[in-house]
Design a protein. Structure first.
Length: 186
């Protein structure tokens, strides 16, 4: 229905210029509101960007100790993916981790279980290193990026564990060996 027909239907209670002005006012209000929300989002995004651009805290003694226990080098992971870790050249006792075209600055933390946690200083990722493997997690999304990562450090640990088990198996333990001269009781 056109504005003129609406004016006739309402019996002249509303004038034509008032109807024409009303949609323009609505349109201008619609245009202003999205700009304000996008500007608010931009400001919120810029506030989030500031902490990520700051240099990390100086390393503590515990962090230096954990950094010495990190497995460095190339990891072969599931689905033929690769993760690289190396000591950070710019930040002592931190680790540079590279995975799938992304590089993360990681803070090593020794957990109470003996695992090494590499925590992304920006809070995006976490790498957990245990003796048998490592896995990389996306902390924000709450999922694994890659699992079953094994590097040279892991292989050395596994080999040492196998050798220890082989030595323990070769040595008789107390109460478990039966002497050849011992006769069963009648």
């Amino acid at each position: 229905m056109s504005a003129a027909a609406l004016c006739v239907a309402l019996g002249g209670m509303v004038s034509l210029p008032a109807l024409a002005a009303e949609p323009a006012a609505v349109k201008s209000a619609d245009k202003v509101a999205p700009r304000a929300s996008s500007q608010t989002k931009a400001k919120a995004g810029s506030k989030k960007a500031l902490p990520n651009d700051q240099p990390p805290e100086p390393a503590s003694d515990e962090q230096r100790s954990a950094a010495e226990r990190v497995y460095y080098g190339e990891y072969q992971c599931e689905f033929k993916q690769v993760v690289h870790t190396k000591p950070s050249e710019q930040h002592p006792a931190y680790v540079d981790l590279r995975f799938a075209k992304s590089t993360y600055l990681m803070k090593p933390v020794l957990s109470s279980t003996g695992a090494i946690r590499l925590e992304d200083v920006k809070g995006q990722t976490l790498m957990v290193q245990i003796a048998s493997k490592s896995m990389l997690l996306n902390v924000k999304a709450g999922n694994r990026l890659v699992d079953e990562c094994v590097g040279e450090g892991h292989r050395a640990e596994l080999l040492a564990a196998r050798e220890r088990l082989a030595l323990e198996a070769d040595q008789p333990s107390l109460g478990n060996s039966i002497s050849a001269s011992a006769k069963p009781a009648p």
